[in-house]
Design a protein around this ligand. Sequence first.
Ligand code: PLP
Length: 283
Amino acid sequence: RTVYVNGVFCPETEAVVSIFDRGFLFADGVYEVTGVLDGKLIDFSGHMARLRRSLAELELREPAQEDKLLSIHRQLVEKNDLVEGMIYMQVTRGAADRDFLFPADDTKPSLVLFTQSASLRDKPAAKTGLRVVTVPDLRWARRDIKTVQLLYPSMAKMEAKRRGVDDAWMVEDGCVTEGSSNNAYIVDAGGTLITRPLNHAILHGITRKAVLRLAAESGLAVEERPFTVEEAKVAREAFITSASSFVLPVVEIDGTTIGDGRPGEIATRLREIYIDEALKTAV
Ligand code: PLP
């Protein structure tokens, strides 16, 4: 693979970041993952808007303007012949002598990008649905900032694996916050789509924003409010969204079957509509 690191494209085996990089020592950095379909970027401007917000919240400098970042993304797609998959972009505060205090303003942020080839459109889970378990949400209280501190989500996914299922939904005060790397939704008996509102408790998913708009446009009732694990277990449908999974149905929560145990109609339709639109609007 050809990767990008601080101004240069090079083979992944030659890419180097300092051991003093604050991303490495303090998880002092943020990232974005942009989906690629037919060699084009899905909702690139949405991801860049969220990146700017994450950077601003941490007083991190913008590593480059949006048009420059778009050009780097496109060059990586081309150099790696990427047709379908993701581009990972990470910005950290850069290398400085180890100190909890942020270094002086002239420290250069580190910018790293790489591609991951993956099948996004044809996913077995779209037809079978995902099985999830709930775990307590033990992350920090600013989950709206997309930082690289992913240890707890990693532990939650390991717990799901140990318990023989696909993923974990995280729970705080009895309510589902989100999935380990995705936003969580249910559809109640009346057909209303319910998902947690945007605040510091969850990541403001780029896919979430698009899917909620598409749901409203297709006439679905949408309620942004916290929902309990009990509500989720008796829901008609459940599903998740993220840049790499789009929309995927959830068919089991903590061993309880959701609906008839097959992917729900609404989740399946939203997945189709989302992919159609992504293909039309990708850049
Ligand atoms: N929530 C968490 C905790 C995530 O890590 C992610 C994506 O990685 C999402 C939600 C979904 O966000 P997006 O749709 O922007 O990929």
